[in-house]
Write a protein that binds this ligand. Structure first.
Ligand SMILES: C[S@@+](CC[C@H](N)C(=O)[O-])C[C@H]1O[C@@H](n2cnc3c(N)ncnc32)[C@H](O)[C@@H]1O
Length: 248
């Protein structure tokens, strides 16, 4: 699978096209909190922090320092600043943090971009303290989210699916490194407040699958969406994603 380059086009559209409302962010933070001790502060690593969509939220919710590690300079340049957040140049395969230095780590819509899964899982194990938790949000080739544009344009779903390992493969990436699977959740969160907002974000093509399809597949999909839109229900648009919780 060709590597998606966030320094090329995606960095320019990501923050707007993947914007998450505060209520949606709370859904995720509350889910993480349910698997963590109630003591504060907790030190977090946000691996593949991108434009910092989740990073300051982790500092706010858990009261501690957060390290956002991100390989794309152009994503990192525009990352949302926060007093308790430090953004660092690095990657899953090379996390610039000391051994056993974080209480929790987040890998959020990132694992399919990591090339060397074994090396990255080893790095995550190294930087988490014993007993620490690793949260992995990922799609799986055998468990894709049921989003409306995949229903309207099944060809897009297949392009996206090709990026992901199966559920078993992703679990093994972590258990082979020494993690144990502590929990598996389905998290339903509000991706957009209305259908119009959802369509406007989709038109920005801030999703990596668009980097992997040719212009004619993109255009054909958006034409099918234009036809389908008048038949679709407006209102908040939800997405349900898998979250794996591993213990170190
Ligand atoms: C879909 S974005 C997710 C960003 C952020 N976690 C969020 O949810 O908004 C994927 C991010 O993974 C980063 N990435 C790509 N390869 C990576 C690697 N080997 N290790 C860590 N992050 C990587 C990309 O540069 C990009 O910022």
């Amino acid at each position: 699978m060709e590597k998606v380059d966030y320094d090329a086009r995606l960095h320019a559209v990501y923050a707007a096209g993947r914007q998450m409302a505060p209520a949606a962010q709370r859904t995720w933070m509350d889910t993480f909190a349910g698997h963590l001790p109630t003591t504060r502060p907790l030190v977090w690593l946000d691996l593949g922090s991108g434009t910092g969509r989740m990073t300051p939220g982790l500092a706010e919710a858990f009261g501690g320092p957060v390290y956002g590690v991100e390989p794309s300079a152009r994503m990192r340049e525009q990352a949302v600043a926060h007093d308790a957040v430090t953004y660092l140049d690095g990657s899953g395969e090379r996390i610039p943090l000391p051994d056993a230095s974080v209480d929790a780590a987040l890998v959020f819509f990132v694992w399919h971009h990591v090339r060397d899964h074994a090396a990255a899982a080893r790095e995550l194990l190294r930087v988490l303290r014993p007993g620490g938790r690793l949260f992995v949000q990922a799609n799986f080739a055998d468990l894709m989210p049921d989003v409306w544009w995949f229903r309207v344009v099944p060809a897009w779903r297949e392009v996206d699916r090709a990026q992901f390992g199966t559920f078993d493969e992703v679990c093994h990436d972590f258990t082979d490194a020494g993690f144990s699977l502590a929990a598996r959740e389905s998290v339903r969160w509000a991706r957009s407040g209305s259908l119009a907002e959802d369509v406007a974000k989709l038109r920005m093509r801030a999703v990596s699958a668009f980097e992997l399809m040719d212009a004619s597949a993109t255009a054909a999909g958006f034409a099918a969406i234009e036809t389908a839109l008048p038949t679709m229900e407006d209102g908040p648009q939800y997405e349900t994603n898998s979250l794996l919780v591993f213990e170190r």
